[in-house]
Design a protein. Structure first.
Length: 300
């Protein structure tokens, strides 16, 4: 029942403050995130502090995540690249076998022009991870870019995934997926999920609301917003279907709620929304686990 756990994202900067306050609400996993660089952190110390917080609970760290652009030859790009390696080395200390983040991008170049650099940068990282039994997953956020232009991440499109996995044909390379990042592109996430579920190593719990009435009346190039990122339970996705598809594909990872995006459940309502999403996703998972009696067989 609990082979799919429900958790939330926590910034490394706030982990010591936030995690102890969230554990009592029933969060089962925590995804520790780093923005652009992890080099300034004492990871062994942080891992020990989190282990202490987890004593007496069944909580785990689902993954370590670095969100930067490791394909750039800038100071921050090189730090992001080194952070992938640093988190791979530290993953065991946190009790996880998964490191995730952006694939990076050559600034304002079409996706295909970034593939050679992606291969050059991540070949070494993928081999290092594989040698340590670590999986890598790339988040599917376009960060405001499109196929022809952008400055953060190429891993937002199935066509790009095909190119990435062809460039790096390693079984420990996969996706960190969420429906929201597809829905903001007006993609139906369900058929995509059915096709790619076996390459998904982690799921971000973030949804979207699409205002089809605005799209039909005014299109997508006007001044009106036509789509909003939402906390699960408040958006358009049927997470019972999402979890069912993941289960049928053998998914045993977590769904980690990505907060701080919802236009309604924000500020003083942030954790009202997140705790609601936690219970909502647990219900979509099937609710309370009821074990079947041993050797029970029903015949009609």
């Amino acid at each position: 029942m609990h082979n799919i756990k429900i958790g939330t994202l926590v910034s490394a900067d706030n982990a010591k403050l936030v995690i102890p306050k969230l554990i009592p609400y029933g969060f089962e996993t925590f995804s520790i995130t780093f923005w652009e660089t992890a080099l300034k952190y004492d990871l062994p110390k942080l891992a020990e502090e989190i282990k202490e917080m987890f004593k007496g609970t069944n909580c785990t760290i689902s993954c370590l995540s670095i969100f930067g652009n490791p394909l750039l030859e800038t100071k921050m790009g090189l730090e992001s690249r080194e952070s992938w390696k640093m988190l791979i080395d530290a993953a065991e200390l946190f009790g996880t076998d998964l490191v995730t983040g952006f694939a990076g991008r050559l600034t304002d170049k079409p996706v295909e022009e970034s593939i050679p650099k992606f291969k050059e940068v991540f070949e070494e990282i993928a081999v290092k991870a594989n040698d340590k039994g670590i999986k890598l997953a790339f988040e599917n956020c376009n960060m405001g870019g499109n196929w022809n232009s952008g400055d953060w991440n190429i891993a937002f499109s199935p066509k790009a995934w095909d190119m990435m996995f062809e460039a790096l044909p390693y079984k420990n390379i996969g996706l960190q997926w969420e429906p929201c990042h597809q829905m903001v592109q007006l993609v139906d996430p369900i058929p995509q999920l059915r096709k790619w579920a076996k390459r998904i190593f982690n799921v971000h719990g973030k949804d979207a609301t699409i205002a089809w009435d605005i799209i039909k009346e005014k299109g997508i190039s006007g001044v009106e917003d036509f789509v909003w990122h939402r906390t699960p339970g408040f958006g358009d996705s049927n997470w019972t279907d999402i979890i069912s598809i993941l289960r049928m594909a053998g998914y045993c990872g977590s769904i980690d709620i990505e907060g701080f995006h919802d236009p309604v459940y924000k500020k003083e309502l942030e954790y009202t929304g997140q705790v609601y999403a936690l219970h909502y996703l647990k219900n979509c998972r099937g609710g309370e686990f009821i074990p079947s009696p041993e050797h029970l067989e029903v015949r009609i």
